[in-house]
Design a binder for this molecule. Structure first.
Ligand code: FAM
Length: 440
C-alpha cells in the first residue's frame, strides 16, 4: 500500500483479531498488583494500560514499534538529497502501521501533510489577537489547537451517527490534519511572541516538502543544519509510551470520544507542566545561570559540583536529570549529543552540558534520593536550539508539543480502531484504605 490510510486500514482487522485472541487466552491473568504506596505515588510503574505505538525499557530507553532510536535513525528514509536525520513523516508511518516505510510511502505522507498544512485564516487572526507578551507560548498553543477543533471530522461524524467501527477513520483524518498544521501554528506563536508579528512569507514555505523543514523555515531559520535538527527533534520527542502525562491525558480525554483536537489540547496542557515538557525551558535557564555563577572560574568538576549542590540545597531539582521510568542515560539525550559532536563540538554551552554529564550523576547519587541520576532528553535540547539562534527558551515546550502529536495521535487512532472504552479506574479514600486493611 502506498497510502497511509490504506496501510492503517489493512492492519486493523489483524490487530483486532490479535487483541481478541490475547484477551481470550490471557484476559483473566493478573498483569500487576497495586500497592497502597503506588496508589498514593502517582501509580508509578503500575502496569494497567495497553499502548501500542511505543514501549519504554528502563535500561535501554524508548522503542518506537520495537525500533530503538539508533535503529530508526538508520532505517527511516531521510530528506533528499543529503539529509542525515530520519524524516518525521517516516516515523509517523511507523507509529501508525508498525512498519518501516519505503521512500515512496514517506513521500506520499509528505505530500499529504503538505496539502493539509495551511491553517484557516480565522484561526491565525485569533492567534494574532492573543496577549503575546503576557501569555506563555504553551497557553497560546493549547488555545490554537482548541480553535482548530471546529473542523473536526470525528466530531462531525459522531454527531451524524457514524458507527463506532468507523471512528478510527475520522480520528486518523483529524490526526493528519492537526499534525500537518502544527508547524504553522507553532511558527505563528513564535513570530507573534518574539518577532513582533513579522511572519515568514507564505511563498517561502509553500514549496517545502517535509514537516521538519517546514517548521524550521516557518519559524524563520534558513540553515539546512537547522532543518536537520528539527527533523531529529520531531522524531525524538514523538512518543514515550502511554503513562507519561501528555500521552495519558490524550488517551484519557479521547476515551470519552472527545475528538483528537480536544484530546491533544489536554495533552498539551499536561506537557506544559514543569516536571514534564516544561523541563526543557527550565534546563536552559539553569545552564545559563550556572554559567553566570561560574563567572571567570574554570568549568572544573569541583566548581560545577559546588553549584549543583547549591541548586539542591535551595530545594530545587536539577532539571534535565532523572526520570520516572528510565534508569540509564536517555537515548534521546545521546542522539542529540551525537548531533552536537558533529555540528557544534566547540560550543561553550555544549561543553558545559558535557561536563555536567560527568558531575551531576555523582552529585545526585551522593544526595541519595533519586532513582535515576542520569540525564534525560531535556538536558540536551535547549543548547542545540540556542546554538542556531532559537534562544527564547519559553518557546521550547511548543516544539516538544509539535513532536508529541505524532505519537499520541497515532496511538489515539489505535484506541478508536480497537474500540477501547471510556477510562474509569476506581479510586478509594484514605479512610477506605484504613478500614479495608484493618478488617483483615
Ligand atoms: N534533581 C534533584 N532531585 C531529584 C531529581 C533531580 N533531577 N530527580 C528526582 N529527584 C528527587 C525527587 O524530587 C524525589 O524527591 P522527594 O522524595 O523529596 O520528593 C526523589 O528524588 C525521588 O524521585 P524519583 O522517584 O527518582 O523521580 P520521580 O519519578 O518522582 O520524578 C522526574 C521523575 C523526572 C519528575 C524527576 O526526576 C525530576 O523532577 N527531574 C527534573 C525535572 C526534569 O528533568 N523533568 C523532565 C522529565 C522528562 F523526561 C520529560 O518529561 N520531559
Amino acid at each position: 500500500a502506498t497510502s497511509l490510510q490504506e496501510a492503517v486500514r489493512s492492519k486493523i482487522e489483524p490487530m483486532r483479531a490479535q487483541v481478541h485472541e490475547v484477551r481470550e487466552r490471557f484476559g483473566e491473568e493478573v498483569l500487576d498488583a497495586c500497592t497502597v504506596n503506588q496508589a498514593y505515588g502517582g501509580m508509578r510503574s503500575l502496569k494497567a494500560m495497553v499502548y501500542e505505538t511505543s514501549l519504554l525499557d528502563p535500561q535501554e530507553g524508548i522503542r518506537f514499534r520495537g525500533f530503538s532510536i539508533p535503529e530508526c535513525q538508520r532505517l527511516l528514509p531521510r530528506a533528499k538529497p543529503s539529509g542525515e536525520q530520519p524524516l518525521p513523516e517516516g516515523l509517523l508511518w511507523l507509529l501508525l502501521t508498525g512498519e518501516i516505510p519505503t521512500e515512496s510511502q514517506v513521500e506520499s505522507v509528505c505530500q499529504d501533510l503538505k496539502r493539509r498544512a495551511a491553517v484557516p485564516p480565522e484561526v491565525l487572526r485569533l492567534l494574532d489577537e492573543l496577549p503575546h507578551e503576557r501569555m506563555h507560548p504553551m497557553t497560546q498553543f493549547s488555545v490554537a489547537v482548541s480553535l482548530l477543533q471546529h473542523e473536526s471530522k470525528m466530531a462531525e461524524a459522531y454527531a451524524q451517527g457514524a458507527p463506532k467501527s468507523t471512528f478510527w477513520e475520522y480520528c486518523l483524518e483529524d490526526a493528519l490534519t492537526l499534525i500537518a498544521r502544527l508547524p504553522a501554528v507553532a511558527a505563528r506563536i513564535y513570530r507573534n511572541t518574539f518577532h513582533g508579528g513579522k511572519h515568514v512569507p507564505a511563498e517561502k514555505i509553500e514549496k517545502v516538502d517535509d514537516m521538519g523543514m517546514r517548521l524550521a523555515r516557518s519559524l524563520g531559520f534558513e540553515l539546512n543544519e537547522f532543518d536537520e535538527l528539527m527533523r531529529l527533534y520531531l522524531v525524538l520527542h514523538a512518543d514515550h509510551e502511554g503513562g507519561n502525562v501528555s500521552a495519558h491525558a490524550v488517551r484519557l480525554v479521547g476515551s470519552a470520544l472527545s475528538d483528537p483536537y480536544l484530546s491533544f489540547a489536554a495533552g498539551l496542557n499536561g506537557l506544559a507542566g514543569p516536571l514534564h515538557g516544561l523541563a526543557n525551558q527550565e534546563v536552559l535557564r539553569w545552564l545559563l545561570q550556572m554559567k553566570e555563577k561560574l563567572g571567570n572560574r574554570p568549568m572544573t568538576t569541583e566548581n560545577l559540583r559546588e553549584l549543583c549542590w547549591e541548586t539542591l540545597r535551595e530545594g530545587h531539582v536539577i532539571p534535565g536529570f532523572g526520570h520516572a521510568v528510565l534508569r540509564r542515560t536517555d537515548p534521546r539525550y545521546t542522539a542529540q549529543r551525537e548531533f552536537a559532536l558533529k555540528h557544534l563540538p566547540h560550543d561553550e554551552m555544549f561543553q558545559l552540558v558535557s561536563k555536567l554529564y560527568e558531575v551531576v550523576p555523582r552529585v545526585l547519587e551522593e544526595q541519595g534520593k533519586v532513582k535515576n541520576p542520569w540525564p534525560n532528553v531535556d538536558q540536551h535540547s535547549g543548547i542545540l536550539l540556542r546554538y542556531y539562534g532559537l534562544v527564547e527558551s519559553n518557546f521550547y515546550t511548543v516544539l516538544f508539543g509539535v513532536s508529541r502529536a505524532l505519537g499520541t495521535l497515532s496511538s489515539l487512532v489505535w484506541d478508536r480502531a480497537l474500540g477501547l472504552p471510556i477510562e474509569r479506574p476506581k479510586s478509594v479514600t484514605t479512610q477506605w484504605i484504613r478500614e479495608h486493611f484493618e478488617k483483615r
